[in-house]
Ligand binder design. Structure first.
Ligand SMILES: NC(=O)c1ccc[n+]([C@@H]2O[C@H](COP(=O)([O-])OP(=O)(O)OC[C@H]3O[C@@H](n4cnc5c(N)ncnc54)[C@H](OP(=O)(O)O)[C@@H]3O)[C@@H](O)[C@H]2O)c1
Length: 410
């Protein structure tokens, strides 16, 4: 295998920016981290990693959404410099004043000179502007928020090229692929293979899927995550979005991205190379591992953040092809990724609305792909869209998705 120095000479500039950036930034200790989406599942786990980093990391900016009481607690504990919430409560304002912090917009925080790494852990479209701002400011961005890449992967890569920033995957599958690619030349990649647990309903028939409840959808077999992504895991939309995320992160065509079901969530993903050799990355299913790596890169932390993997205790690992008949969202997402332009943004927005409607019990589980399909049939795609066109496609798809009645046939 060629060493990193040799292989990097063969990498196109674009690829190098995404995979093996020159890490010559003034690496401070502690490394100053902005946690955008700190009140969510990824954000809380990131703060846990920071707390247990032995002083390697410091949370210098925290941003949340509606859970301002939790954000106030986090501010009191971590004493950041910057805080953001769309509508701060009195408790949060007091915590900010007491800790000497100040309110600042996420885009401002993302570009602030005293922030070393920006973790985008918000859900949905809220992560887009801070991601672009951080990359334009030349920052490393640890990206958990896949919707940003699904909506506007081309704009993210453009911002990265213009500003010299870099993307570090946080999603466990993409972190696995990232690690498999270290030291490899891009021309040697034949396929990237994403593993999927299959979600809460992997063993149910279509008839059974028709009557599943939000509570059942939120009970994921291996991962504990936010509500939206847990439902997306049950429909396989999460995996579909991850195929688009992989295209943008690793600059591979959709034809080179595949999905395999792997119920144990131990093999996080694989890369097949030109000579038929396959590399995989394994670990216990615990998001603190990829979060920590995205913050510590290019170093690995000296101690594990999670329990060690004992393969003998796991016993056997299983793999199977996904069933796009029962789970059409995977097919819809891969087709949207292939189509490009505004189609993935419209798909992601329609999915967000459909999932919210399912969680509110307005529609059934099988209505989620039907609504997305209905919205995409009406969408007028725009190739190479501007930010404004992406946001307009998002808004239009949301409006359409909210209006499609329950029980519509695809
Ligand atoms: N959870 C996982 O294990 C996992 C794994 C891989 C990738 N991801 C991806 O990571 C992202 C976050 O997932 P999650 O599970 O952590 O979601 P989550 O638990 O729902 O957390 C989302 C975070 O974003 C904030 N937020 C939501 N809408 C906002 C808005 N309009 N403005 C500002 N902040 C807003 C939330 O604030 P409040 O809660 O205060 O409202 C919360 O802090 C998603 O894109 C997901 O696909 C998650």
């Amino acid at each position: 295998m060629p060493g990193p120095g040799r292989s990097s000479r063969h990498l196109p500039a674009d690829w190098q920016a995404a995979i093996q950036p020159p890490y010559d930034r003034s690496v401070t200790t502690p490394r100053r981290i902005a946690v955008l989406g700190s009140t969510g599942s990824i954000g809380r786990q990131a703060l846990d990693v920071i707390t247990h980093s032995g002083g390697q990391f410091q949370a210098v900016a925290l941003a949340g959404g509606t859970n301002t009481a939790l954000l106030a607690e986090q501010v009191t504990l971590h004493r950041p410099r910057y805080v953001h919430a769309p509508a701060p409560c009195a408790e949060l304002s007091q915590a900010v004043a007491r800790s000497g912090a100040r309110f600042a917009l996420p885009e401002e925080v993302a570009a602030a000179p005293d922030v070393d790494v920006v973790l985008i852990a918000t859900a949905g479209a809220a992560g887009l502007l801070p991601t672009l701002a951080a990359l334009r400011a030349g920052k490393p961005v640890a990206i958990a928020n896949k919707e940003v890449l699904v909506m506007a992967g081309h704009l993210v890569r453009r911002a990265m090229r213009e500003g010299g920033g870099e993307l570090r995957p946080v999603d466990s599958e993409h972190s696995a692929i990232w690690q498999c690619l270290w030291g490899e030349a891009p021309g040697s990649v034949r396929r990237v293979i994403l593993t999927a647990s299959g979600g809460a309903f992997r063993d149910l028939s279509i008839a059974e899927l028709a009557s599943v409840t939000p509570e059942q959808a939120l009970d994921h077999p291996t991962w504990k995550m936010g509500r939206k992504i847990t439902v997306d895991s049950a429909t396989l939309m999460n995996k579909g979005m991850e195929t688009i995320e992989a295209m943008w992160l690793f600059d591979v065509p959709m034809s080179a991205v595949e999905v395999v079901l792997h119920r144990e969530s131990i093999v996080h993903s694989l890369v097949e190379f030109s000579d038929g050799s396959v590399k995989a990355q394994l670990g216990v299913p615990d998001m603190r591992l990829p979060i920590q790596l995205a913050l510590s890169y290019p170093q690995r932390m000296p101690e594990p953040a999670v329990p060690l993997l004992e393969l003998a205790a796991v016993g056997s690992l299983h793999f199977a092809p996904p069933d796009t008949g029962r789970f059409p969202c995977l097919r819809l997402a891969m087709e949207a990724g292939q189509a490009g332009g505004t189609v993935p943004a419209a798909m992601a927005a329609a999915d967000e609305v459909a999932v919210e409607r399912f969680l509110r019990r307005e529609i059934g589980f099988l209505d989620i792909p039907r609504i997305i399909e209905r919205v995409l049939e009406r969408h007028q795609p725009i190739p190479d869209p501007s930010l404004e066109e992406v946001l307009a496609a998002d808004a239009e798809a949301r409006r359409l998705a909210a209006a499609v009645p329950a029980g519509v046939s695809a």
